[in-house]
Design a protein around this ligand. Sequence first.
Ligand SMILES: Cc1cc2nc3c(=O)[nH]c(=O)nc-3n(C[C@H](O)[C@H](O)[C@H](O)COP(=O)(O)OP(=O)(O)OC[C@H]3O[C@@H](n4cnc5c(N)ncnc54)[C@H](O)[C@@H]3O)c2cc1C
Length: 599
Amino acid sequence: MTVYKAPQRDMKFVMDELLDMQSHYASLPGCEDASVEIVDAIREEAAKITTNVIAPLNQIGDQKGCVWSEEGVKSPPGFKQAYAQFREAGWTALIQDPEFGGQGLPPSVGNMVTEMVTSANLSWATYTGALGGAIETLHAWGTDEQKNTYMPKMVAGNWGGTMCLTEPHCGTDLGLLRTKAEPQDDGSYNLSGTKIFITQGEHDVADNIIHIVIARVTGAPAGTAGISLFIVPKFLPDANGELGERNTVSCGAIEHKMGLHGSPTCVMNFDGAKGFLIGPENKGLQCMFTFMNNARLGCAVQGFGHADVGLQQSLAYAKDRLQMRALTGPKNPELMADPIIVHPDVRRMLLTQKSIAEGGRMFTYDIAKMLDVVQCSPDPEARAEMDDLLGLLTPIAKGFLTEVGLESANLAVQCFGGHGYIKEWGVEQNVRDARIGCIYEGTTGIQALDLIGRKILGNKGAHLNTYIKTMSAFCEANQENPVVAEFVSELAKHIKEWGELTMQIGGAAMNKPDEMGAASVDFLMYSGYVVLAYYWAQAAVVADKALQAGTTEEDFYKAKITTTKFYFQRLLPKTRGYVATMTTGADNLMELDAEHFVF
Ligand SMILES: Cc1cc2nc3c(=O)[nH]c(=O)nc-3n(C[C@H](O)[C@H](O)[C@H](O)COP(=O)(O)OP(=O)(O)OC[C@H]3O[C@@H](n4cnc5c(N)ncnc54)[C@H](O)[C@@H]3O)c2cc1C
């Protein structure tokens, strides 16, 4: 019994009050249409379709899964119809370029809708998520002819999209890729090879599927320097741009997985399939990053979404389920027992989920706001500054929020006790579905290496320092406010420590490269807890202002301040453990020879 209700009040708090998206939209050319009324209307409509149409398919998708046959892959019952309804209502076009049939709204509006879709039903969301990334890649790197051929159909949602990177022997290390692309006289390429784990590689919800594939052109250098990017359509467009000849790309099988059963994870065989180069030859990996960054933000949203879904279910259950009496004496003497929400440990689990769900929303919505600037600002300096910040924050958001999202989903099961472990309530599905977030689009380990290596040490800490300055300015501005003083002083200590830890790890890694890898995941988790603290402190400032000004929603704003207190007193101290472990060095990991792990 899965129930999802879009948390509209909190979305509005983040968009309107915390991030002041109205001034932001008004200041960006092309974003002015996103008025409060328009964004409210979009949110309300998205809440309706996600709650009433998409969420009810979540459990059936898990139970029935996708079915492979020689003819193709059948999506779970109801998925195709819901997709048609979503497409016909224009949701796939929401943030796309009007030149290709899109509605031209800013990425941050799309991000808000993505939250609702992924939280309602992650498996279903992968049908539109893969499409969005493929559109963005084509838009960034396609020729005019390619854009005109593919984008209108994709923007309208009639044609789907995929990202084909992984091969059986090559996942993280894409330089090992073997799929070949042989140049043809007509300027196209024939692609041969096998890709695995391809989300939406084959399905029945769209008329055509446009695969975005990495492959190595004949004679190209080995490693990542020889990777190029291609469009490989399932059906080749005919002279009128309509469905033409069937291409020689096919789905050999689908995987049977721990979760995400409603999303087909396909083995794709390219048997001399016709493909078309996108972007410069041998620069495929750089082009593919357009897709990957989009997907990584999507994973971060997915991460806190699992916390939100788990919270919604476990909170309702905790108010209803009667077990034992409160330690302070009966709270409901007329009943046989008190609801479990009276117990401190149940509250710990609920407040942890709330902190991650609402904290993750603030963090990722702010990232989406930065994306608006990168995409729409006419000022190259502002674009470059935001791009650097996005580069720094994306691995933190992806790595940290998927890890704590999974932890939160587990806590929801714990709130349900044995009833969480059985399938009836759907909270165990949330854990199984959440597990993949820490793996695809680059594992947590890879996000951590990207963060400390490329995004921090790679620019000698310049981008981190800029961010630290912004955070420090916030702390200084609010240190006299009695409601938040204790939070900002703790945050300020962490910010200083963040810079020091970076220097320490960077210094150690200069002499011994393993030091960076050994510290990396602890450093990523540390960074995530500090960043979330920054957002919770901001939430408390905004809530305090609202309370000072007088409000009819006292409970809502007081809960923000109470949750900030919980976060600072019970979650932020987890950084102490990460500091202790990340500074122990690499020897305790590397001493044991691989052959002596087991005797
Ligand atoms: C459900 C699902 C959907 C997917 N969808 C897609 C898709 O649409 N398109 C696509 O192309 N791929 C897709 N993938 C593949 C996914 O992106 C990869 O599984 C992932 O990138 C990891 O690669 P791998 O499985 O080969 O693991 P490996 O690369 O073999 O890694 C195994 C372990 O080693 C660690 N490791 C590897 N190298 C390092 C290093 N240098 N330092 C530290 N640790 C390291 C990893 O962190 C991991 O823990 C999907 C996978 C699944 C399961």
